[in-house]
Design a protein around this ligand. Sequence first.
Ligand code: F6R
Length: 251
Amino acid sequence: MKVIEVKDYEEMSQKAAEIISSYVRIKPHAVLGLATGETVLGTYAALAEDYRNNQTSYRKVRTVNLDEYIGLNPEHPNSYHYYMKHHFFQFIDIPMSQTYLPNGLAADYQEECTRYEEVIETLGGIDLQVLGIGRNGHIGFNEPGTSFDSTTHIVKLAESTRKANARFFPSLEQVPTHAITMGIATIMKSRQILLLVSGKKKASIMSQLLEGNVTPSIPASILQTHPNVAIIADEEALSLVSKEQRKVHVQ
Ligand code: F6R
């Protein structure tokens, strides 16, 4: 894992957008794995701006998102379908038929998990997967304890994750209890991974990620074994990483 240190959220977002848009310019048919949440909002805004200024085209790009809440329809303002459309897809020229997310209203969730894995496989796998990280080390909604062999599956959200995400909902009670998420094995099959980390609240998990062992209790720790991971982290996120580890990882 190489760590690119940036000053703050703004610089992280610009840098991430540069990497993603350059990738798309070089490979117009790219399959992008996408995340939702607060961390990636600035990146989507920067990509939308790049589209306006430089016309980087997404007409042939395909996207697959990491996850979706169970029980929310795609028009629900807290669904990840809605998030992606309103924060990113509506600003670029990607046909919506080329954007894929798990269906949070599937009649049979087990079948939906199988279908989603098949979608990814049919697309030829993920070229560049963008990730955020939960304060408990989750990636996608793969909470601590998830098997590293997991493929797309249903998860019961950790209470800490529901509380962290409650800021987007009118109340904690309205935060869904379950989600569908790509599994850790699904994520690890991506050819390239870009993990974005910003802010003090991620400083503790960031130091555990860089200094700790590979363990299911920190799902993101498996990224240490992936051959092509770049982490863009800002000063606050790196504030608890020791000098020794900085020398090993930070560019
Ligand atoms: C979102 C996702 C999550 C988030 C993580 C960080 O699709 O899969 O793993 O990336 O919870 O969320 P923020 O960015 O809101 O801190």
